[in-house]
Design a protein around this ligand. Structure first.
Ligand SMILES: Cc1cc2nc3c(=O)[nH]c(=O)nc-3n(C[C@H](O)[C@H](O)[C@H](O)COP(=O)(O)OP(=O)(O)OC[C@H]3O[C@@H](n4cnc5c(N)ncnc54)[C@H](O)[C@@H]3O)c2cc1C
Length: 286
């Protein structure tokens, strides 16, 4: 198996308003053979790019991505890459080395990969965390007819009648406008300008312990917006309870003290506070 599905989880706010959904994926075997590299990219990463594979000929798709300079899908292929000599023929190894110059080290690091469905509001905040790798479903190539739009209500105010009424009306109006534009021949990439930021998007996010630590500490903090905080808290729960993530959890816990000690002295008290709160969420006092 190239990519293992470890589980799908729903994120709810304190109220019944849904704020997102995650699926935890294990990419650790994805680089074990050329077939796995192509299948992982073809089935999981590239559907978000250039409309995905037209057929199950993932080999052609991968070559097309390399030719077009779409290198970021290859960031997802990390572990054990050097085992696959065949891959050199594709030139993918060179692409990956450019992203990961310390190939022997970084590619063997543990990563956590999560597929997230949530609003563009949350996604917009999430992509500020640059040390992750991302692949987001294209709304240039995947039109509203091919995949109808879904929308979210804000976690903290979404149950108020006035919020639901007004936002709901705007969503209806936007979808009608989109359909009208499409019917008059406007491309999906242009028609989407009418769609509000509460619309659902879907993206894959992969990161090392450092990237996840930084994200989870900042986004489970009380200052984070509730919509992203609920999802971050859900990910911490999953890390705490999913047996497959035990190794990752241990690395995360070991990293935390190192993280604080490496901080310049003037930042240590603030970071220590963040780290302590985060470790408490992982069920540990520190
Ligand atoms: C509560 C809250 C409120 C926020 N409000 C705002 C806001 O009003 N406006 C706004 O613009 N942002 C805002 N942000 C986003 C915030 O400033 C960060 O961009 C975001 O949290 C990502 O954090 P990071 O840079 O540590 O993460 P990452 O991008 O994952 O970076 C991790 C570490 O690597 C370093 N790093 C990464 N890439 C580079 C690079 N290219 N060059 C040098 N160092 C790099 C970072 O400095 C950081 O130390 C907010 C975040 C939170 C949690």
């Amino acid at each position: 198996m190239c990519v293992k599905h470890l589980g799908r989880y729903d994120a709810f706010a304190l109220t019944e308003v849904k704020t997102g959904e995650i699926e935890v994926l294990d990419f650790s075997e994805s680089a074990s053979s050329r077939e796995c590299v192509e299948r992982t990219i073809g089935e999981y990463v590239a559907p978000t790019y250039v409309g995905g594979a037209k057929s199950r000929d993932y080999s052609a798709l991968v070559e097309r991505l390399v030719r077009m300079g779409h290198e970021s899908p290859f960031e997802f292929i990390r572990c054990g890459w050097e085992r696959d000599d065949n891959a050199r023929a594709l030139g993918i190894e060179e692409v990956i080395k450019r992203w990961n110059p310390t190939i022997g080290d970084i590619l063997k690091r543990k990563v956590l990969t999560v597929k997230v469905s949530t609003s563009i509001v949350v996604a917009r905040q999430w992509v500020r965390h640059r040390t992750f790798s991302f692949a987001e479903r294209s709304r240039r190539y995947v039109s509203g007819e091919r995949k109808p739009f879904s929308f979210y209500f804000p976690a903290e105010a979404g149950n108020k009648a006035i919020v639901k009424d007004i936002i709901g009306d705007v969503y209806d109006y936007a979808v009608d406008g989109y359909a009208e534009l499409r019917e008059s021949g406007v491309k999906a990439e242009s028609a989407r300008f009418v769609i509000p930021v509460g619309v659902e998007t879907e993206f894959l996010v992969q990161g090392t312990v450092e990237a996840w630590f930084n994200f989870l500490a900042l986004r489970t903090d009380k200052h984070a917006q509730a919509d992203i905080r609920v999802i971050a808290e859900l990910i911490v729960d999953v890390i705490n309870t999913l047996p497959d993530l035990e190794g990752f959890r241990e690395e995360l816990i070991n990293y935390a003290p190192t993280y604080v000690l490496k901080a310049p002295p003037e930042f240590r008290p603030a970071r220590e506070k963040l780290v302590k709160a985060f470790l408490r969420r992982l069920g540990l006092g520190w």
